[in-house]
Design a protein around this ligand. Structure first.
Ligand code: CDP
Length: 223
């Protein structure tokens, strides 16, 4: 009999390192990686493209049916055979994504989409509400944290944007995400906090791999 899917719920604020760490952990453990932020980003991008009113939850929900995106193993997002990954990181998406993600109807519609990804052998799922709402029975929940300044520094370095602007935008987005009524960004009670300030990604990855092993996930057998 095959084991049930092993889910690592990886939550945390903006630019806390979820993608780098999540991909690394998934590779080490032979699991898939999925960044749920991409769903909210893709929806926001499409809404902006189509001039949909971002306060109109019903219109946004309708748009989810038209999303039709594929996310590959490296986290690249494809739509109608185009790689739309870079478009989803644009400043206008950053600016509006938390407004789109705050609608309870939008979040509700995306719950089954995310739960459908939970298949053997399992996956590392990154987001804001994975441990609290999407997969509350995940055997390992991690809350990735870093100071706001450190996160802004990392994001500014990645994108070449101005540090102060990134810092402002990040504070605003974190506040919106943590204060919304519908599944706010929150650390699940059982989540283990992994602090990433001044810690190399490889060390953070090793720590989470160790936690997964402690919870019964066997190391991947390599040929
Ligand atoms: O990469 P970064 O950490 O900056 O953000 P992201 O993970 O791509 O998420 C973008 C936005 O999507 C967040 O600021 C949230 O508003 C929303 N989001 C959410 O509400 N719930 C999730 N599970 C994932 C993302």
């Amino acid at each position: 009999m095959s084991s049930p899917p092993f889910v690592i719920a990886l939550d945390g604020p903006a630019a806390s390192g979820k993608s780098t760490v999540g991909l690394g952990v998934a590779q080490r453990l032979g699991l898939r990686y999925f960044d749920t932020g991409l769903l909210y980003r893709a929806l926001t991008w499409l809404a902006l493209q189509r001039d949909v009113d971002l306060s109109d939850a019903a219109a946004l929900v309708q748009l989810i049916d038209a999303l039709a995106i594929d996310v590959d193993a490296l986290g690249q997002v494809w739509r109608e055979r185009h790689d739309i990954t870079p478009l989803l990181q644009r400043p206008e998406v950053d600016l509006s994504v938390s407004t789109v993600a705050a609608h309870p109807m939008v979040r509700q519609q995306l719950v089954p989409v995310q739960r459908a990804l939970v298949r053997p052998p399992g996956l590392v799922m990154a987001g804001r509400d994975i441990g609290t709402v999407i997969v509350p029975d995940a055997p390992l929940k991690v809350w990735l944290s870093a100071s706001t300044e450190e996160r802004a520094r990392r994001r500014a370095q990645q994108t070449g944007e101005n540090f102060d602007e990134v810092l402002d935008g990040m504070r605003r987005r974190d506040h919106q995400d943590a204060s919304r009524e519908a599944s706010p960004m929150a650390r699940a009670s059982a989540a283990i906090e992994v602090e990433t300030d001044d810690v190399a990604p490889e060390q953070v990855i090793a720590r989470i791999v160790e936690l997964a092993h402690q919870r019964g996930l066997r190391p991947v057998e390599r040929a």
